[in-house]
Design a binder for this molecule. Structure first.
Ligand code: GDP
Ligand code: ZN
Length: 367
């Protein structure tokens, strides 16, 4: 009974890991060639750990490590694996991703990095023990929307809020920053609200949020076991130190899987203009009513966004935050473009040099 696989033989052995009819259909041509499907748990040093119907398999990733970092195989991918027998076994390809979480890497090289694939729900954990930072929540929301996953905001540590009315007030504050997104208050400590969250999370979920937000505690509550290390918050401002044992892909007892990779915890914006638009959907909707279709909502006549500011239906904070995230995203995009240009220049230079060297070698041989 401790097997990670369901004992119900009518279910696919990978059903607990998110396998469904659509994945089966996408995999069918490979199945016909004798390949095995599997979900990638982690990738490291040219190899990856995969769960397959035969159990865990370690496979070589040479064929799924292209130059484009966004196309490198990652946790959550559905891999097409060699049948048992070859040594090493190779991942031949992976099924087209439904969603993908990408982060911008260090500030100098703005090259995206793929963090997790095929995520259905992004749980954004926000601590109620600290003052709410709506701007930060909006940033996480932009990331989540951009990935293709459905976000849900979970306000953690609700037991630290003195009364229910205050909690309700905080929830509604966050709701104004999160159109189209469910906002829940939970207390992992007391077990409040965990069942509601549990019911929302089918398929594959990830936990996002600042360090100390209560992600590990939440993960443990969802998993019904102490899998994640929770370290006590030491300082008063809620920025605790923590370490998390790397258990990248975990099956939830009530169905679905949780992906929790270290990288996801420090995720930043990357080319998330569509995501930003979705976070501020009410502003984008208002902009449809502006007289000029390229209205910058600065001082233009007939601007519906400014009109909403004036009549108080749009809080100024929302517009500021929208502009800030758009600017930040544009800076990132520009940096990425500059990096790509530099890269192209380098490649052409190298080719030029190689071409000249080859010509000279040829001449040398001839002469
Ligand atoms: P992470 O860094 O986001 O993974 O946060 P942790 O799960 O490690 O939690 C940070 C701190 O918040 C720990 O000291 C937890 O004990 C505490 N914490 C987490 N959830 C709750 C909760 O529901 N209530 C209270 N009072 N504290 C909590
Ligand atoms: Zn306008």
């Amino acid at each position: 009974m401790n097997s990670p696989f369901s004992t119900d033989i009518s279910r696919h052995p990978l059903a607990d890991f998110g396998w469904d009819d659509d994945w089966a259909a996408a995999f069918a041509p490979y199945a016909a060639q004798g390949f095995v499907p599997g979900r990638v748990v982690r990738v490291d040093r040219g190899q990856c750990d995969i769960v397959t119907p035969e159990g865990p398999v370690r496979a070589d990733t040479e064929f799924v490590t292209p130059h484009d970092p966004l196309r490198v195989i990652c946790t959550g991918d559905w891999a097409v694996v060699d049948a048992d027998g070859g040594d090493p076994r190779y991942v031949r390809t992976y099924l087209p991703r439904r969603t993908s979480f990408v982060r911008s890497t260090s500030s100098k090289r703005s090259e995206g990095q793929i963090l997790a694939a095929n995520v259905d729900h992004a749980v954004i954990a926000v601590s109620l023990a600290a003052e709410l930072d709506l701007g930060r929540i909006e940033r996480f929301l932009a990331l989540a929307w951009e990935s293709g996953a459905q976000p849900v905001v979970v306000l953690t540590k609700a037991d630290l809020v003195p009364d229910a009315a205050t909690t309700a007030h905080l929830v509604s504050d966050v709701e104004t920053a999160a159109p189209g997104v469910q906002v829940l208050a939970v207390s992992a400590e007391r077990g409040h609200g965990i069942d509601v969250l549990d019911a929302l999370l089918d398929g594959t979920s990830v936990l996002l949020g600042q360090s100390g937000a209560g992600k590990s505690t939440l993960a443990n509550a969802l998993l019904g076991a102490d899998v994640m290390d929770v370290h006590a918050v030491r300082d008063v401002d809620g920025k605790g130190r923590h370490t998390t044992t790397t258990r990248n892909l975990l099956v939830l007892p009530t169905g679905g899987v949780l992906i929790d990779t270290p990288g996801l915890r420090g995720v930043g914006l990357f080319d998330a203009e569509a995501g930003v638009g979705q976070v501020f959907s009410e502003i984008e909707a208002l902009a449809q009513g502006c007289r000029f279709h390229d209205c910058a909502h600065d001082a233009e006549p007939g601007c519906a966004v400014l009109a909403a500011l004036d009549d108080g239906t749009l809080p100024p904070r929302r517009l500021d935050s929208y502009r800030k995230l758009l600017r930040e995203n544009q800076r990132l995009a520009a940096r990425t473009d500059a990096r790509l240009r530099d890269e192209m220049r380098r490649v052409w230079k190298m080719r030029g040099a190689q071409g000249r060297a080859a010509m000279e070698a040829k001449r040398g041989r001839l002469g």
